[in-house]
Design a protein around this ligand. Structure first.
Ligand code: AMP
Ligand code: ZN
Length: 113
């Protein structure tokens, strides 16, 4: 199985990394939708939120904490930011390796389109 984000997590494809540890990597989105647009992913392949299970609970929690840390590092935590996880067709998911979008640097609109 060839997965873009698995390759990126292994360093086989270049990315602009802002945070990484043994389980998680965070990098800048190639097509940013905000002044700061970071993708936070598990190194381990999970295709969609639908494919996560109770064994992944801690890992998914760590994605949120990694996003919090990146937001603080980028000095956008106090102004605020948006965390988004798209799932499948109606969610607008295009890369089928679970990821958390961190969007920051401008006011976000609600409801989303
Ligand atoms: P989603 O639509 O939620 O699946 O988000 C996938 C995101 O991956 C999109 O925002 C893309 O711009 C982004 N993306 C695709 N390829 C790359 C890449 N090589 N490096 C960084 N971001 C990418
Ligand atoms: Zn993958």
């Amino acid at each position: 199985m060839s997965c873009l984000f698995c390759m990126l997590a292994k360093g086989e494809i270049h990315s602009d990394i802002v945070f990484e540890d043994d389980e998680i990597i965070a990098f800048r989105d190639i097509n940013p939708q905000a002044p700061h647009h970071i993708l936070v992913i598990p190194r381990r392949h999970i295709a969609t939120v639908n494919d996560a299970n109770s064994e992944d609970a801690a890992l998914i929690g760590k994605l949120t904490l990694a996003a919090q840390r990146v937001a603080k590092d980028l000095s956008v935590a106090e102004d605020g930011y948006r965390l988004v996880m798209n799932c499948n067709d109606h969610g607008g998911q295009t890369v089928f390796h679970l990821h958390l979008h961190l969007l920051a640097g401008r006011p976000m609109h609600w409801p989303p389109g």
